[in-house]
Write a protein that binds this ligand. Structure first.
Ligand code: HEC
Ligand code: HEC
Ligand code: HEC
Length: 365
């Protein structure tokens, strides 16, 4: 372990020097580590966001390194300021032959600006080519109307934070430059068709279960169908009847959904609940209300906007088991952030996608 001259010298001078030598080595090592921490910072430093009254332990703890690393898709976002049209501006419908009827009333400049953006956002370079009708044209039409509705009708979820001003959504919120957005999901069949009465959807590594042993059908039961999520009862061993229909498996499934919520937003349970009383609405945080609206909004996106256009999609876009359309859930927009794209303004430049009526352009002052 030590050089030969040291061993020899140590033998000739019989004294225990190994102990002190090791001590000096350890102390030296500690100094190096401490110097490293002082100059480069603590790699596992955390920061905590208080979400409830003091003393209740309601904190979401996160690594500073994660908090300080911006969502990489923000840098790739394409945007361009809107052009408030002059009163006599020519309408796209009058000038461009085969202009998309939904957008025909826009001024030519804004029409072209919006089409270009939608192409970049969805990664489809020939989307809405004038006069060309393909399945993507039909889907895009539905998507434009859906996006307008998400901003106008669901503003209480998508644009509700007085501190962050305009947030809202546009195509990029889901698509991020991809034809098929990340984090879409399909229905899954049971693992074991013989396990009657039990959905047999547990213990499989799926995105739907977030790779846990929890049921994989939570998104289907709660964000497509509208089954009751509540399972809690304050009494022990409640008999199961019409008033208390929840089974143990329903509890697993609720937990599966809640785990999915937490991962989608990169928060923990106390972001929305006081974990001493999951059942008590009066102890929930304001974010719980956002999430409740989110549940209804996602049900609407799936049932009113996506399921009806299932037949429009080519087969290879549909689900492997049931041939169902790709569906949306919290992570499709949030993608692991508390606010999608960390609360970036998706509306100011794109008033055309913010309302089902006439777009409201900011006037220069
Ligand atoms: C709430 C999320 C969401 C938003 C917002 C959204 N989309 Fe989509 N879009 C989807 C999903 C989910 C699909 C289905 C994916 C699939 O199977 O192709 C899809 C599919 C499409 C497709 C078909 C792609 C293909 O090749 O199959 C087009 C085109 C499209 N969207 C255009 C748009 C446009 C344009 C906008 C903005 C006006 C928009 N989308 C906004 C979720 C969204
Ligand atoms: C983003 C907000 C959010 C997060 C994070 C969240 N929840 Fe929930 N939770 C809700 C909402 C909203 C409901 C009510 C759903 C409904 O009934 O419509 C709910 C319902 C529940 C219920 C059912 C309550 C009852 O009365 O039976 C339980 C239990 C629960 N959550 C546990 C958890 C756990 C455990 C976590 C962490 C793994 C968690 N939640 C994370 C929003 C959230
Ligand atoms: C169509 C896109 C979209 C979908 C889908 C979506 N959200 Fe959101 N959500 C947003 C936007 C945009 C905001 C930011 C609003 C703001 O800051 O004004 C937001 C904000 C929130 C907030 C408040 C965050 C905060 O910092 O206070 C919660 C909680 C939330 N969403 C939960 C959910 C849950 C749970 C789901 C799934 C059931 C969901 N969201 C699905 C777009 C979406």
């Amino acid at each position: 372990m030590f050089p030969k001259w040291f061993d020899k010298w140590n033998r000739d001078n019989p004294r225990d020097l190994y102990g002190p030598a090791i001590l000096v080595g350890v102390a030296g090592g500690a100094v190096v580590v401490a110097a490293g921490l002082v100059s480069f910072g603590q790699p596992f430093a955390t920061e905590s966001m208080q979400t409830g009254p003091r003393g209740t332990g309601m904190h979401v703890t996160r690594f500073q390194s994660a908090v300080n690393t911006p969502d990489p898709t923000i840098a790739e976002y394409f945007t361009m300021a809107a052009v408030p049209p002059l009163d006599d501006a020519e309408r796209a419908g009058d000038v461009i032959e085969g202009a998309e009827p939904l957008l025909a009333d826009l001024s030519v400049e804004n029409y072209e600006r919006l089409i270009e953006a939608m192409r970049v956002w969805t990664g489809i370079p020939d989307l809405l080519t004038p006069g060309e009708e393909n399945y993507q044209t039909v889907v895009a039409r539905s998507m434009i109307q859906m996006t307008q509705e998400l901003n106008e009708g669901w503003g209480a979820h998508t644009n509700n934070n007085p501190d962050s001003g305009n947030v809202g959504v546009n195509c990029y919120t889901c698509h991020r430059g991809e034809q098929v957005p990340n984090n879409v999901w399909f229905k899954l069949g049971p693992v074991n068709a013989n396990a009657a009465g039990w959905s047999a959807n547990q213990n499989r590594a799926t995105v739907q279960s977030q790779f846990t042993a929890l049921p994989s059908d939570a998104l289907e039961k709660y964000l497509l169908e509208n089954n009751p999520i509540n399972v809690h009862d304050l009494d022990a061993r409640v008999p199961r009847d019409m008033a208390n229909p929840a089974t143990i498996q329903d509890t697993y499934r609720t937990y599966s959904l809640m785990n999915y919520f937490s991962n989608s937003l990169a928060v923990n349970c106390v972001f929305c609940h006081n974990s001493r009383a999951f059942y008590d609405p009066s102890q929930n945080t304001p974010q719980w209300a956002n999430a409740s609206l989110g549940i209804l909004m996602v049900q609407e996106i799936n049932n009113d906007w996506l399921v009806p256009i299932t037949d429009v999609f080519p087969e290879h876009r549909l689900g492997p088991v049931f041939g169902d359309v790709a569906k949306v859930a919290c992570a499709t927009c949030h993608q692991g952030y508390q606010q999608p794209l960390e609360g970036m303004d998706m509306i100011s430049d794109w008033p055309e996608l913010a309302t089902t009526g006439e777009p409201v352009y900011a006037t220069a002052d």
